[in-house]
Design a protein around this ligand. Structure first.
Ligand SMILES: [Zn+2]
Length: 675
């Protein structure tokens, strides 16, 4: 039996089926307004309410769940490997123009090939070249059926499950799409979301991604779709493979894609090459003004007939060319290397540079990542260096220019003591990062307060980096708990504060006490504990439990929590200073209550149960009964599974349960355990 009974529509209650379909239509409409047209009509809260309503209805009627339902974007189960997809129409690469003159040469060649004498009516279309991952999106009868990577152009990988999680890719097309439409586009990550993601990554002690393209490509090429679902992916469509014959021009193709509800970037039509050159020159200057990265401008002959006449050569069409920007790089002098101490105590070497203009932005600092990076690159203090804006975001020193050395340069040494608190630093074996391990280190305290009030944590408006630093420097706050002792009358006399802003901040601080426990746990800034991990832990243990002492084994029993995270949590609560902080935060009225996901009592309390095979009733029925009895429904069998409820024709999950020695229940045995 298939994992989900998608098509077995039971006509027992037409009202519910109609209600579900109606909700789906409304959610699809608002998805399109929000993710594709960037013009939402309802608030996030209203959207969430619709979504939750649909989820609840579907949970009660799993037989009515269809693959095109908006709820199916959360990420299906992990795959063993990607299947290969042969593109019906190859995904060609484009010839490159490095200089603006190359565009004029290309134009001359196009005119020659089309027959100059006839003075062809030529029109060009320019589009921004999004720096992401090229994908193919196949729609059959208007429904998203398969997504694939470009691969080598002839064969790509089937990444349907991952692409289903991208909200700007509609599950269902509107208007009147062809029977088979294979749209092509670029999956990317907006810059602000990328920076936010990296900040979180660093806060969790994980390695940040070099640029948005790497993050986008890495997310799409994950076997576990839940990872893609957690990444801020978006898409721009720019062409059609299969099904594209019906459009007379490239611009008509783009208009059609937009009318189907696919996300298309604005394009421009040009009557002559001079205007194309201007457009390319414009974006070379203004590339930094967009909310996403582009690495060039694509120019195409608009008319499909002329495209056909021009044809392709060596896998690249003659009718298109990509004007590629030079990477944003510059030479400058590395004047000194200083060391920053982050919230997690990580010491990061930073290059102080002679100020230099890189792509319109003046750079005077750049990251050197860590001690090994400086050594491997052979970078000396005083060197002439090449600085790049990696993915145009974070400036970094990419290499030294040894030929320009004068002999006055010297090697960088990582300090043996913390530059902020003076205590000895440590570099654990096998790790690239040197850390200050003093829990009372002021650098960590201030960074921690900033993290505490950040958006994903307690979200205290008005307590950003600047204000926090000021209050910290004045000695008004030394740690996160002190924030709750601040009085408006203390703030009011401070520079930049008035009566109103002092009151506003006091109110925002008070309001943060309503934040749920998962946020509080995340805000504590325990290494490796991100928002998702915090939610998992908060579902099992409350603040009191954690203070009383929870073992690595107990934590690692939670699905999704590994030993590294578990150890980090245990280490955190083992420290006296941290325990004091938590106790003071509790006393200040912050929420440390376990996020109950179900009753903690009952015959299945705390038990993880996998349900598989064909049962006498819809799976949702058994899930409900299980949850009423305190159990948790999980989707995959592991050594942490307590029971497997197996129906007829249970497949690999049953085999795995037997192999791992997990107790298997049939329906009768399951019912017997229920109260
Ligand atoms: Zn320190």
């Amino acid at each position: 039996m298939p994992r989900r009974t998608y098509n077995r529509v039971v006509a027992e209650d037409p009202d519910i089926r109609g209600g579900i379909e109606d909700l789906r239509e409304r959610i699809r409409y608002h998805n399109r307004r929000y993710y594709v047209e960037d013009a939402p009509e309802i608030t996030d809260a209203e959207y969430d309410a619709l979504y939750k309503e649909l989820e609840a209805l579907e949970a009660g009627h799993p037989e009515l769940v269809t693959p095109d339902s908006p709820t199916q974007r959360v990420g299906a189960e992990p795959l063993e490997e990607f299947e290969q997809v042969r593109h019906a129409v190859p995904m060609l690469s484009l010839a490159n123009a490095r200089k603006l003159e190359d565009l004029r040469e290309w134009d001359a060649r196009v005119r020659r090939l089309l027959g100059e004498d006839e003075e062809p009516q030529l029109r060009y279309v320019t589009e921004l070249k999004i720096d992401g991952l090229a994908v193919s999106l196949r729609y059959e009868k208007g429904l998203f059926a398969r997504g694939a990577t470009r691969g080598n152009g002839a064969v790509g990988e089937d990444v349907t499950a991952n692409l289903r999680t991208v909200r700007s890719i509609p599950e269902k097309l509107s208007d009147d799409p062809p029977e088979v439409l294979e749209a092509r586009g670029e999956v990317y990550i907006p810059l602000d979301r990328f920076e936010e993601f990296n900040r979180r990554q660093e806060a969790e002690g994980k390695r940040p991604f070099a640029n948005p393209r790497n993050l986008a490509a890495g997310s799409i090429r994950q076997l576990d779709p839940r990872i893609a679902a957690s990444r801020p992916l978006s898409v721009f469509c720019y062409g059609v493979g299969e099904g594209g014959e019906r459009y007379e021009s490239h611009s008509a193709t783009l208009d059609a894609l937009r009318s189907y509800g696919l996300r298309v970037n604005p394009y421009k039509v040009h009557e002559e090459i001079g205007s194309v050159v201007e457009e390319c020159a414009y974006w070379t200057r203004e590339r930094g003004s967009l909310g996403y990265q582009i690495d060039g401008v694509v120019v195409k002959v608009d008319s499909r007939e002329q495209q056909r006449a021009l044809g392709s050569v060596a896998k690249a069409p003659r009718w298109a060319i990509a004007y590629k920007f030079e990477p944003l790089a510059a030479h400058t002098r590395l004047e000194d290397i200083i060391v920053n101490v982050g919230r997690t105590g990580a010491l990061t070497p930073q290059a102080l540079l002679a100020p230099v203009n890189v792509g319109g932005v003046t750079i005077s600092r750049a990251t050197l990542h860590n001690e090994d990076y400086v050594k491997e690159k052979g970078i000396l203090v005083g060197d002439e260096v090449v600085v790049e804006r990696a993915g145009d975001v974070i400036p970094q020193v990419v290499r030294a220019i040894p030929e320009e050395r004068t002999g006055g340069e010297h090697a960088f040494e990582m300090p043996k003591t913390c530059p902020v608190c003076g205590e000895p630093v440590a570099r654990p074996e096998g790790e690239a990062v040197t850390r200050c391990v003093n829990a009372r280190c002021p650098a960590q305290a201030l960074e921690h307060i900033i993290h505490w009030s950040s958006k994903a944590a307690m979200d205290i408006e008005g307590l950003g980096e600047k204000v926090a630093t000021k209050l910290f420097d004045l000695g008004l706050i030394k740690d996160a708990a002190d924030v709750y002792g601040l009085r408006p009358e203390q703030l009011e006399p401070l520079e930049g504060f008035g009566e109103k802003s002092a009151e506003n901040l006091a109110r925002a601080i008070e309001k943060s006490k309503e934040q749920p426990f998962p946020r509080v746990l995340y805000a504590l800034g325990i290494r490796h504990v991100g928002t998702v991990t915090a939610g998992l832990i908060a579902g099992r243990f409350g603040g009191e439990d954690l203070l009383r002492g929870v073992s690595v084994e107990q934590l690692a029993e939670i699905e999704g929590i590994g030993n590294v995270v578990a150890q980090a949590v245990v280490d955190y609560f083992a420290l006296e200073d941290n325990r004091n902080l938590v106790e003071r935060l509790m006393a200040a009225g912050l929420n440390f209550e376990r996020e109950a996901t179900g009753p903690s009592e009952g015959p299945f309390a705390g038990k993880r149960v996998v349900i598989t095979g064909t049962l006498s009733r819809p799976r949702g029925y058994f899930v409900e009964r299980l949850e009423e009895a305190g159990g948790t429904f999980t989707s995959s069998v592991s050594k942490n599974t307590d029971y497997v409820l197996a129906g007829e024709e249970a497949g690999s999950k049953l085999e795995k349960a037997n192999a791992l020695g997990v107790p298997v229940l049939d329906e009768a045995a399951f019912e017997e355990l229920l109260p």
